[in-house]
Design a binder for this molecule. Structure first.
Ligand code: TRP
Length: 336
């Protein structure tokens, strides 16, 4: 039986936050430790260019994201850990797939539609204002990331599920036309709490500026948790844990027993101050060890680079073989 292959990428525009960890990094690291699995994890730095034109930010973020995965315990001998831009086969495959993708499919992509809608609402007379071809067609690049390694399972946040459907669509169309070369991938969305909310109660996301970075000092972590928006119920008044950002974050870092105990505490009317303090202590306990490892790694970028090169070597060997087959199938073959 062939091994189940898990693949996921993190766009290198920001500093890793709790939402990234819970939604992507943690399930990915867990999956990499399962015997019968193979994992491909990468820094999606070509994807970064879609929305970030600040070279310093892209560069720093690559270092921070890589350091975070290593600090959180990714074993780079077990998993293939690489940087997307080290694999030139990916953009090549992307072009080939672009020529197999209906434009209408891309018109339906949430990211693009959202940007058009925003333009409509701000009454610009150009619906495509500020929209690059990168933003428009990035689901195809994501498809190339996935199909390049014939991944079966792709852990992503809920907001990316549509892209996985598109990847399946594009892969099916290619397979139908040129022969079965690609595996149809499946999205894996962690059931428990795939999307964490941030400081203001909206989805935790860099674009909302409401994130709790994974590796800030304990002082800063406490300060951020104290800033999380709650309602104005007083201590002694029962509180509703469902729909509460603090409870949601707690649950993402707690056992079932700890979750039930917290539930009771809410019903019994614990005050927000106490709930926040306990969340801080609990999170801090979880993060102390990886935080110090992260800080060490940031001081040794040559080591991080070496780890990424090792991953790229492994990944490229396989990418080159698959791309040769693809080129052959589509008619880009030696002439004699
Ligand atoms: N677009 C994804 C995101 O914003 C990141 C990503 C790029 C990715 N390529 C991928 C995720 C391939 C899974 C598989 O979260």
């Amino acid at each position: 039986m062939s091994k189940i292959r898990t693949l996921t990428g993190i766009t290198t525009t920001g500093t890793p936050h709790l939402g990234n960890y819970v939604g992507a990094i943690r399930p990915a690291i867990d999956a990499s430790q399962v015997d019968d699995s193979q994992s491909f994890y990468f820094l999606a730095d070509y994807h970064a260019l879609i929305k970030c034109w600040d070279p310093k930010r892209v560069h720093e973020s690559s270092r921070e994201v890589a350091a975070a995965w290593l600090a959180l315990g990714l074993d780079t001998d077990q998993a293939t850990f690489y940087r997307q831009s080290d694999i030139p086969e990916i953009p090549e495959l992307c072009w080939i797939l672009t020529c197999m993708t209906a434009k209408g499919l891309m018109n339906r992509a949430h990211a693009y539609k959202g940007a058009v809608q925003e333009n409509d609402e701000t009454n610009t007379n150009d619906p495509d204002k500020g929209i690059t071809m990168g933003l428009f067609s990035y689901p195809i690049l994501m498809t190339a990331d996935i199909l390049m390694f014939n991944a079966n399972k792709v852990p992503v946040g809920k907001d990316q599920v549509q892209h996985l459907e598109m990847a399946r669509d594009i892969a099916s169309r290619f397979n139908h036309h040129y022969g079965d070369l690609f595996t149809l991938p499946e999205a894996v969305v962690e059931k428990k709490r795939a999307v964490l909310r941030g400081l203001d109660g909206r989805k935790m996301s860099k674009s909302y500026n409401n994130t709790i970075p994974l590796f800030v000092s304990d002082k800063k972590l406490r300060k951020l948790i104290m800033k999380i928006k709650t309602n104005s119920l007083e201590p002694g008044e029962p509180k509703d844990p469902d729909n509460c950002t603090l409870f949601e974050i707690w649950s993402a870092f707690a056992t079932d027993d700890e979750i039930s105990a917290k539930h009771r505490q809410y019903e019994e009317g614990a005050g927000w101050g106490q709930i926040k303090q306990e969340l801080f202590e609990h999170l801090n306990d979880h993060l102390i060890a990886p935080r110090s490892r992260y800080e060490e790694l940031l001081k040794d970028p040559a080591f991080i680079e070496q780890e990424l090169r090792k991953g790229a070597d492994k990944a490229r060997k396989e990418a080159a073989i698959r791309l040769t087959k693809v080129r052959h199938a589509i008619g880009l073959r030696p002439l004699g």
